[in-house]
Write a protein that binds this ligand. Structure first.
Ligand code: SF4
Ligand code: SF4
Ligand code: SF4
Length: 423
Protein backbone atom coordinates (compact mmCIF):
# COMPACT_ATOMS: atom_id res chain seq x y z
CA UNK A 1 0.00 0.00 0.00
CA UNK A 2 1.15 3.51 -0.77
CA UNK A 3 0.97 6.46 1.62
CA UNK A 4 1.22 9.54 -0.63
CA UNK A 5 0.96 11.95 2.32
CA UNK A 6 2.97 9.72 4.65
CA UNK A 7 1.52 10.03 8.14
CA UNK A 8 0.03 13.49 7.49
CA UNK A 9 -3.69 13.82 8.20
CA UNK A 10 -6.31 16.55 8.68
CA UNK A 11 -7.70 14.77 11.74
CA UNK A 12 -6.23 14.08 15.13
CA UNK A 13 -7.80 10.84 16.32
CA UNK A 14 -6.72 10.23 19.89
CA UNK A 15 -5.58 6.66 19.24
CA UNK A 16 -3.78 7.35 15.95
CA UNK A 17 -0.34 5.78 15.84
CA UNK A 18 0.37 7.18 12.36
CA UNK A 19 0.63 10.81 13.43
CA UNK A 20 3.69 10.31 15.61
CA UNK A 21 5.52 8.84 12.60
CA UNK A 22 5.96 12.37 11.21
CA UNK A 23 9.06 12.54 13.43
CA UNK A 24 10.74 9.98 11.15
CA UNK A 25 11.02 12.66 8.46
CA UNK A 26 11.67 15.97 10.24
CA UNK A 27 10.96 19.07 8.14
CA UNK A 28 9.41 17.01 5.34
CA UNK A 29 6.34 18.19 3.39
CA UNK A 30 4.90 14.68 3.15
CA UNK A 31 3.82 14.86 -0.45
CA UNK A 32 4.51 12.16 -3.00
CA UNK A 33 5.93 13.61 -6.21
CA UNK A 34 4.39 12.75 -9.57
CA UNK A 35 7.67 11.06 -10.54
CA UNK A 36 7.52 8.79 -7.56
CA UNK A 37 3.83 8.05 -8.12
CA UNK A 38 4.67 6.99 -11.67
CA UNK A 39 7.57 4.86 -10.47
CA UNK A 40 5.34 3.13 -7.90
CA UNK A 41 2.58 2.36 -10.38
CA UNK A 42 4.98 1.25 -13.13
CA UNK A 43 6.93 -1.02 -10.78
CA UNK A 44 3.75 -2.49 -9.31
CA UNK A 45 2.32 -3.29 -12.74
CA UNK A 46 5.62 -4.67 -14.04
CA UNK A 47 5.97 -6.91 -11.00
CA UNK A 48 2.65 -8.63 -11.73
CA UNK A 49 2.26 -11.74 -13.83
CA UNK A 50 -1.39 -12.03 -12.77
CA UNK A 51 -4.08 -10.13 -14.74
CA UNK A 52 -5.40 -8.24 -11.70
CA UNK A 53 -3.31 -5.52 -10.08
CA UNK A 54 -4.31 -3.68 -6.92
CA UNK A 55 -3.12 -0.12 -6.39
CA UNK A 56 -3.84 0.74 -2.76
CA UNK A 57 -3.79 4.31 -1.42
CA UNK A 58 -3.67 4.78 2.32
CA UNK A 59 -2.59 7.35 4.87
CA UNK A 60 -2.40 9.44 6.91
CA UNK A 61 -5.10 10.93 4.76
CA UNK A 62 -4.49 10.36 1.02
CA UNK A 63 -7.23 12.78 -0.15
CA UNK A 64 -5.00 15.64 1.11
CA UNK A 65 -3.06 15.09 -2.13
CA UNK A 66 -5.98 16.62 -4.03
CA UNK A 67 -8.05 15.08 -6.79
CA UNK A 68 -5.66 16.01 -9.61
CA UNK A 69 -2.97 13.73 -8.17
CA UNK A 70 -5.36 10.78 -8.45
CA UNK A 71 -6.52 11.83 -11.92
CA UNK A 72 -2.88 11.72 -13.00
CA UNK A 73 -2.45 8.33 -11.34
CA UNK A 74 -5.21 6.92 -13.56
CA UNK A 75 -3.41 8.29 -16.64
CA UNK A 76 -0.21 6.62 -15.49
CA UNK A 77 -2.01 3.31 -14.92
CA UNK A 78 -3.38 3.42 -18.47
CA UNK A 79 0.10 4.12 -19.81
CA UNK A 80 1.66 0.99 -18.26
CA UNK A 81 -1.22 -1.48 -18.21
CA UNK A 82 -0.57 -4.49 -20.45
CA UNK A 83 -3.35 -6.02 -22.58
CA UNK A 84 -5.63 -8.27 -20.54
CA UNK A 85 -4.71 -6.59 -17.25
CA UNK A 86 -7.14 -4.87 -14.94
CA UNK A 87 -6.47 -2.46 -12.10
CA UNK A 88 -8.43 -2.29 -8.89
CA UNK A 89 -7.79 1.01 -7.12
CA UNK A 90 -8.51 1.22 -3.42
CA UNK A 91 -8.57 4.28 -1.17
CA UNK A 92 -8.64 4.27 2.63
CA UNK A 93 -9.95 7.61 3.90
CA UNK A 94 -11.52 9.35 6.86
CA UNK A 95 -14.03 10.77 4.35
CA UNK A 96 -14.06 14.34 5.63
CA UNK A 97 -12.75 15.85 2.37
CA UNK A 98 -14.99 13.93 -0.01
CA UNK A 99 -17.47 15.90 -2.10
CA UNK A 100 -19.53 15.30 -5.26
CA UNK A 101 -16.54 15.80 -7.54
CA UNK A 102 -14.46 13.28 -5.61
CA UNK A 103 -17.27 10.74 -5.60
CA UNK A 104 -17.90 11.13 -9.34
CA UNK A 105 -14.21 10.41 -9.91
CA UNK A 106 -14.22 7.42 -7.56
CA UNK A 107 -17.28 5.95 -9.23
CA UNK A 108 -16.03 6.55 -12.73
CA UNK A 109 -12.77 4.77 -11.96
CA UNK A 110 -14.39 2.01 -9.89
CA UNK A 111 -12.42 2.71 -6.73
CA UNK A 112 -13.15 0.58 -3.70
CA UNK A 113 -13.25 2.97 -0.75
CA UNK A 114 -12.53 2.10 2.86
CA UNK A 115 -14.16 4.61 5.18
CA UNK A 116 -13.17 4.94 8.83
CA UNK A 117 -16.08 5.22 11.24
CA UNK A 118 -16.39 3.97 14.81
CA UNK A 119 -20.17 3.65 15.18
CA UNK A 120 -22.99 6.05 16.06
CA UNK A 121 -22.27 9.68 16.89
CA UNK A 122 -21.31 9.51 20.58
CA UNK A 123 -19.09 6.46 20.09
CA UNK A 124 -17.47 7.76 16.90
CA UNK A 125 -16.76 11.21 18.31
CA UNK A 126 -15.17 9.86 21.44
CA UNK A 127 -11.76 9.58 19.77
CA UNK A 128 -12.20 10.67 16.15
CA UNK A 129 -11.74 14.44 16.25
CA UNK A 130 -10.08 17.00 13.99
CA UNK A 131 -7.01 19.13 14.71
CA UNK A 132 -9.16 21.63 16.62
CA UNK A 133 -10.65 18.85 18.74
CA UNK A 134 -14.02 19.12 17.00
CA UNK A 135 -16.16 16.02 16.43
CA UNK A 136 -16.17 14.51 12.94
CA UNK A 137 -19.24 12.27 12.87
CA UNK A 138 -21.36 14.68 10.82
CA UNK A 139 -18.68 15.02 8.14
CA UNK A 140 -18.17 11.25 7.89
CA UNK A 141 -21.92 10.64 7.68
CA UNK A 142 -22.05 13.16 4.87
CA UNK A 143 -19.30 11.18 3.10
CA UNK A 144 -21.36 7.98 3.42
CA UNK A 145 -24.38 9.65 1.84
CA UNK A 146 -22.25 11.03 -0.99
CA UNK A 147 -20.68 7.63 -1.66
CA UNK A 148 -24.14 6.07 -1.71
CA UNK A 149 -25.55 8.81 -3.94
CA UNK A 150 -22.79 8.21 -6.48
CA UNK A 151 -22.92 4.41 -6.07
CA UNK A 152 -19.28 4.12 -5.03
CA UNK A 153 -18.40 0.73 -3.50
CA UNK A 154 -17.26 1.23 0.06
CA UNK A 155 -16.65 -0.67 3.24
CA UNK A 156 -16.56 0.59 6.80
CA UNK A 157 -13.41 0.22 8.82
CA UNK A 158 -14.44 0.45 12.46
CA UNK A 159 -11.83 0.39 15.19
CA UNK A 160 -12.81 -1.43 18.36
CA UNK A 161 -11.62 0.58 21.34
CA UNK A 162 -12.31 1.09 25.03
CA UNK A 163 -15.30 3.34 24.28
CA UNK A 164 -17.29 1.38 21.69
CA UNK A 165 -16.04 -2.05 22.84
CA UNK A 166 -18.98 -2.53 25.22
CA UNK A 167 -21.57 -1.68 22.55
CA UNK A 168 -21.16 -4.28 19.83
CA UNK A 169 -24.80 -4.65 18.77
CA UNK A 170 -25.41 -0.91 18.86
CA UNK A 171 -22.41 -0.40 16.57
CA UNK A 172 -23.34 -3.26 14.22
CA UNK A 173 -27.01 -2.27 13.98
CA UNK A 174 -26.08 1.34 13.35
CA UNK A 175 -23.94 0.34 10.35
CA UNK A 176 -26.54 -2.11 9.07
CA UNK A 177 -29.83 -0.32 9.75
CA UNK A 178 -29.03 3.38 9.80
CA UNK A 179 -26.06 3.61 7.48
CA UNK A 180 -27.05 0.87 5.04
CA UNK A 181 -23.46 -0.43 4.91
CA UNK A 182 -22.88 -4.05 3.92
CA UNK A 183 -19.12 -4.53 4.25
CA UNK A 184 -17.53 -4.10 7.67
CA UNK A 185 -14.15 -4.58 9.31
CA UNK A 186 -13.59 -4.44 13.05
CA UNK A 187 -9.98 -3.56 13.85
CA UNK A 188 -8.84 -3.72 17.49
CA UNK A 189 -7.12 -0.64 18.91
CA UNK A 190 -4.06 -1.97 20.71
CA UNK A 191 -2.09 1.17 21.32
CA UNK A 192 1.16 0.74 23.20
CA UNK A 193 2.49 3.52 25.38
CA UNK A 194 5.37 4.82 23.24
CA UNK A 195 6.36 8.43 22.61
CA UNK A 196 7.57 7.48 19.15
CA UNK A 197 4.44 5.50 18.19
CA UNK A 198 6.63 2.40 17.78
CA UNK A 199 5.74 -1.19 18.65
CA UNK A 200 7.60 -1.16 21.96
CA UNK A 201 6.85 -1.52 25.66
CA UNK A 202 4.35 -3.73 27.43
CA UNK A 203 1.76 -1.17 28.51
CA UNK A 204 -1.29 -0.16 26.52
CA UNK A 205 -3.17 3.14 26.70
CA UNK A 206 -6.60 3.29 28.31
CA UNK A 207 -8.12 3.87 24.87
CA UNK A 208 -7.10 0.34 23.87
CA UNK A 209 -9.71 -2.39 23.74
CA UNK A 210 -9.30 -4.98 26.50
CA UNK A 211 -8.74 -8.55 25.28
CA UNK A 212 -11.96 -10.03 26.65
CA UNK A 213 -13.86 -6.95 25.58
CA UNK A 214 -12.71 -7.53 21.98
CA UNK A 215 -13.67 -11.20 22.16
CA UNK A 216 -17.13 -10.41 23.49
CA UNK A 217 -17.55 -7.65 20.89
CA UNK A 218 -16.90 -10.06 18.02
CA UNK A 219 -19.00 -12.82 19.59
CA UNK A 220 -22.03 -10.59 20.12
CA UNK A 221 -21.97 -9.36 16.54
CA UNK A 222 -21.28 -12.85 15.21
CA UNK A 223 -24.29 -14.26 17.07
CA UNK A 224 -26.59 -11.72 15.49
CA UNK A 225 -24.98 -12.00 12.06
CA UNK A 226 -25.02 -15.79 11.90
CA UNK A 227 -28.73 -15.96 12.75
CA UNK A 228 -30.06 -13.30 10.37
CA UNK A 229 -27.50 -11.58 8.14
CA UNK A 230 -25.34 -14.23 6.44
CA UNK A 231 -25.18 -13.46 2.72
CA UNK A 232 -26.31 -9.86 3.07
CA UNK A 233 -23.79 -8.40 5.54
CA UNK A 234 -20.09 -9.11 5.13
CA UNK A 235 -17.74 -8.88 8.10
CA UNK A 236 -14.11 -9.29 7.12
CA UNK A 237 -13.14 -11.15 10.32
CA UNK A 238 -15.96 -13.68 9.86
CA UNK A 239 -15.17 -14.33 6.21
CA UNK A 240 -11.46 -14.67 7.02
CA UNK A 241 -12.23 -17.06 9.85
CA UNK A 242 -14.47 -19.19 7.67
CA UNK A 243 -11.50 -19.74 5.36
CA UNK A 244 -9.63 -21.26 8.31
CA UNK A 245 -12.41 -23.81 8.79
CA UNK A 246 -12.75 -24.41 5.06
CA UNK A 247 -9.14 -24.46 3.88
CA UNK A 248 -7.13 -24.67 7.08
CA UNK A 249 -5.86 -21.10 6.98
CA UNK A 250 -7.45 -17.69 7.35
CA UNK A 251 -7.49 -15.19 4.49
CA UNK A 252 -6.29 -12.42 6.84
CA UNK A 253 -2.56 -11.89 7.29
CA UNK A 254 -2.88 -11.50 11.05
CA UNK A 255 -4.23 -15.05 11.32
CA UNK A 256 -1.96 -16.70 8.78
CA UNK A 257 1.11 -18.75 9.71
CA UNK A 258 3.50 -16.30 8.07
CA UNK A 259 3.09 -12.82 6.60
CA UNK A 260 5.19 -10.21 4.83
CA UNK A 261 3.41 -9.52 1.57
CA UNK A 262 1.77 -6.26 2.63
CA UNK A 263 4.62 -3.75 2.57
CA UNK A 264 4.09 -0.02 3.07
CA UNK A 265 5.41 2.63 0.67
CA UNK A 266 6.12 6.04 2.18
CA UNK A 267 5.66 9.34 0.35
CA UNK A 268 9.40 9.49 -0.52
CA UNK A 269 9.78 5.94 -1.84
CA UNK A 270 10.92 4.25 1.37
CA UNK A 271 9.48 0.78 1.79
CA UNK A 272 8.78 -0.72 5.22
CA UNK A 273 7.95 -4.32 6.10
CA UNK A 274 4.37 -3.50 7.09
CA UNK A 275 2.24 -0.42 7.70
CA UNK A 276 2.28 -1.28 11.40
CA UNK A 277 6.07 -1.36 11.44
CA UNK A 278 7.02 1.96 9.87
CA UNK A 279 10.13 2.16 12.05
CA UNK A 280 13.82 2.48 11.08
CA UNK A 281 14.50 -1.16 11.99
CA UNK A 282 12.00 -2.33 9.37
CA UNK A 283 13.08 -0.07 6.50
CA UNK A 284 13.79 -2.29 3.49
CA UNK A 285 15.11 0.42 1.17
CA UNK A 286 13.86 2.97 -1.35
CA UNK A 287 12.22 2.17 -4.68
CA UNK A 288 14.32 4.88 -6.35
CA UNK A 289 17.45 2.85 -5.47
CA UNK A 290 16.15 -0.66 -5.94
CA UNK A 291 13.07 -2.08 -7.69
CA UNK A 292 10.18 -2.70 -5.33
CA UNK A 293 10.01 -6.38 -6.29
CA UNK A 294 13.59 -6.90 -5.04
CA UNK A 295 12.81 -5.19 -1.74
CA UNK A 296 9.63 -7.23 -1.23
CA UNK A 297 11.51 -10.42 -2.12
CA UNK A 298 14.57 -9.57 0.00
CA UNK A 299 15.96 -11.89 2.66
CA UNK A 300 15.17 -9.27 5.32
CA UNK A 301 11.51 -9.25 4.35
CA UNK A 302 11.40 -13.04 4.11
CA UNK A 303 12.73 -13.23 7.68
CA UNK A 304 10.16 -10.66 8.82
CA UNK A 305 7.33 -12.79 7.43
CA UNK A 306 8.75 -16.09 8.69
CA UNK A 307 9.20 -14.69 12.17
CA UNK A 308 5.41 -14.77 12.55
CA UNK A 309 5.58 -18.58 12.63
CA UNK A 310 7.64 -18.54 15.87
CA UNK A 311 4.98 -19.28 18.44
CA UNK A 312 4.91 -19.77 22.19
CA UNK A 313 4.23 -23.29 23.39
CA UNK A 314 0.80 -22.11 24.54
CA UNK A 315 -0.03 -21.18 20.93
CA UNK A 316 1.45 -24.34 19.45
CA UNK A 317 -0.71 -26.45 21.75
CA UNK A 318 -3.79 -24.27 21.39
CA UNK A 319 -6.85 -25.92 19.79
CA UNK A 320 -7.66 -22.85 17.72
CA UNK A 321 -4.11 -22.24 16.52
CA UNK A 322 -5.07 -23.24 12.97
CA UNK A 323 -7.40 -20.20 12.88
CA UNK A 324 -5.36 -17.76 14.98
CA UNK A 325 -1.69 -18.60 14.40
CA UNK A 326 -0.72 -16.48 17.36
CA UNK A 327 -2.28 -13.27 15.94
CA UNK A 328 -0.30 -10.34 14.47
CA UNK A 329 3.27 -9.90 15.76
CA UNK A 330 2.47 -6.30 16.70
CA UNK A 331 0.23 -7.62 19.48
CA UNK A 332 2.70 -10.16 20.86
CA UNK A 333 4.02 -8.42 23.92
CA UNK A 334 2.61 -10.44 26.82
CA UNK A 335 3.79 -13.65 28.46
CA UNK A 336 2.20 -17.06 28.01
CA UNK A 337 1.06 -19.23 30.92
CA UNK A 338 4.53 -20.91 30.86
CA UNK A 339 6.27 -17.55 31.04
CA UNK A 340 7.29 -17.47 27.33
CA UNK A 341 7.53 -13.99 25.85
CA UNK A 342 5.52 -13.28 22.73
CA UNK A 343 1.90 -14.18 23.44
CA UNK A 344 -0.68 -11.90 21.84
CA UNK A 345 -2.17 -9.31 24.16
CA UNK A 346 -5.53 -10.20 22.60
CA UNK A 347 -5.16 -13.95 23.24
CA UNK A 348 -7.97 -14.38 25.79
CA UNK A 349 -10.45 -12.57 23.53
CA UNK A 350 -9.35 -14.31 20.34
CA UNK A 351 -9.57 -17.71 22.00
CA UNK A 352 -13.08 -16.94 23.23
CA UNK A 353 -14.13 -15.89 19.75
CA UNK A 354 -12.62 -18.80 17.81
CA UNK A 355 -13.99 -21.38 20.25
CA UNK A 356 -17.39 -19.75 20.19
CA UNK A 357 -17.75 -19.76 16.40
CA UNK A 358 -16.57 -23.36 15.96
CA UNK A 359 -19.96 -24.97 15.44
CA UNK A 360 -21.47 -22.46 12.99
CA UNK A 361 -18.15 -22.29 11.12
CA UNK A 362 -18.20 -26.07 10.73
CA UNK A 363 -21.72 -25.84 9.35
CA UNK A 364 -20.81 -23.10 6.86
CA UNK A 365 -17.64 -24.89 5.73
CA UNK A 366 -19.65 -28.06 5.22
CA UNK A 367 -22.28 -26.22 3.20
CA UNK A 368 -19.60 -24.70 0.95
CA UNK A 369 -17.98 -28.10 0.40
CA UNK A 370 -21.37 -29.39 -0.75
CA UNK A 371 -21.58 -26.50 -3.23
CA UNK A 372 -24.30 -24.82 -1.20
CA UNK A 373 -24.55 -21.24 0.07
CA UNK A 374 -23.41 -20.26 3.57
CA UNK A 375 -26.84 -18.66 4.10
CA UNK A 376 -28.07 -22.20 4.89
CA UNK A 377 -26.41 -21.92 8.30
CA UNK A 378 -29.25 -19.69 9.51
CA UNK A 379 -31.83 -22.39 8.89
CA UNK A 380 -29.66 -25.16 10.36
CA UNK A 381 -29.07 -23.18 13.56
CA UNK A 382 -32.69 -22.24 13.92
CA UNK A 383 -33.78 -25.89 13.54
CA UNK A 384 -31.12 -27.03 16.00
CA UNK A 385 -32.11 -24.39 18.49
CA UNK A 386 -35.78 -25.33 18.23
CA UNK A 387 -34.87 -28.93 19.08
CA UNK A 388 -32.20 -28.28 21.69
CA UNK A 389 -34.33 -25.80 23.60
CA UNK A 390 -36.11 -28.89 24.88
CA UNK A 391 -32.93 -30.88 25.64
CA UNK A 392 -31.23 -30.98 29.04
CA UNK A 393 -27.43 -30.85 29.33
CA UNK A 394 -27.22 -34.54 30.25
CA UNK A 395 -29.57 -35.76 27.49
CA UNK A 396 -28.15 -37.26 24.27
CA UNK A 397 -27.30 -34.57 21.74
CA UNK A 398 -29.92 -34.33 19.00
CA UNK A 399 -27.21 -34.03 16.32
CA UNK A 400 -26.83 -37.82 16.53
CA UNK A 401 -23.22 -37.85 17.73
CA UNK A 402 -24.14 -40.18 20.61
CA UNK A 403 -22.56 -37.76 23.10
CA UNK A 404 -24.35 -36.07 25.92
CA UNK A 405 -25.53 -32.63 24.87
CA UNK A 406 -23.14 -30.85 27.24
CA UNK A 407 -20.17 -32.84 25.81
CA UNK A 408 -21.20 -32.03 22.26
CA UNK A 409 -22.55 -28.57 21.47
CA UNK A 410 -22.10 -27.56 25.08
CA UNK A 411 -18.31 -27.96 25.03
CA UNK A 412 -16.06 -25.45 23.31
CA UNK A 413 -13.42 -28.15 22.72
CA UNK A 414 -15.72 -30.33 20.67
CA UNK A 415 -15.04 -30.74 17.01
CA UNK A 416 -12.39 -28.06 16.50
CA UNK A 417 -11.11 -29.22 13.19
CA UNK A 418 -10.01 -27.02 10.32
CA UNK A 419 -11.05 -29.49 7.68
CA UNK A 420 -13.61 -31.36 9.73
CA UNK A 421 -17.05 -32.47 8.77
CA UNK A 422 -20.26 -31.01 10.02
CA UNK A 423 -20.33 -31.90 13.71
S1 SF4 B 1 -8.10 9.66 10.19
FE1 SF4 B 1 -6.71 7.92 10.32
S2 SF4 B 1 -4.67 8.78 9.91
FE2 SF4 B 1 -6.04 10.51 10.39
S3 SF4 B 1 -5.75 10.87 12.58
FE3 SF4 B 1 -7.52 9.50 12.33
S4 SF4 B 1 -6.66 7.41 12.50
FE4 SF4 B 1 -4.96 8.83 12.12
S1 SF4 C 1 2.86 -7.62 10.94
FE1 SF4 C 1 0.68 -8.04 11.28
S2 SF4 C 1 -0.45 -6.61 9.98
FE2 SF4 C 1 1.69 -6.65 9.29
S3 SF4 C 1 1.72 -8.15 7.62
FE3 SF4 C 1 2.30 -9.24 9.52
S4 SF4 C 1 0.38 -10.05 10.35
FE4 SF4 C 1 -0.16 -8.51 8.80
S1 SF4 D 1 -5.87 -18.07 20.84
FE1 SF4 D 1 -4.12 -17.43 22.10
S2 SF4 D 1 -3.00 -19.34 22.49
FE2 SF4 D 1 -4.39 -19.73 20.78
S3 SF4 D 1 -3.12 -19.36 18.97
FE3 SF4 D 1 -4.25 -17.46 19.44
S4 SF4 D 1 -2.85 -16.26 20.69
FE4 SF4 D 1 -2.10 -18.38 20.69
Amino acid sequence: MAKPTGARCNLNCAYCFFLKKETLYPGDHFRMSDDLMERYIRQTIEAHSTPEVVIAWQGGEPTLMGLDFFRRSIEVEKKYLRPGMEIQNTLQTNGTLLDDEWCEFLQENKFLVGLSMDGPRELHDRYRVDKAGRPTFGRVLNAVRLLQKHKVDFNILCTVNAANGDHPREVYRFFRDELGAEYLQFIPVVERVSERGFQEGHEVTDRSVRPEQYGRFLIDIFDEWVRRDVGRMFVQQFDGTLMAWLRGHSSLCIFQRTCGEGVALEHNGDIYSCDHFVEPEYLLGNICDKPMIELVGSETQRRFGQHKADLTRQCRECLVCFACNGDCPKHRFTKSADGDEGLSYLCPGLKMFFEHVNHPMQIMASLLRQGRLTEGVMQVLSQEEAVTSKVGRNDPCPCGSGRKYKRCHGSPKYGLNPVGKLG
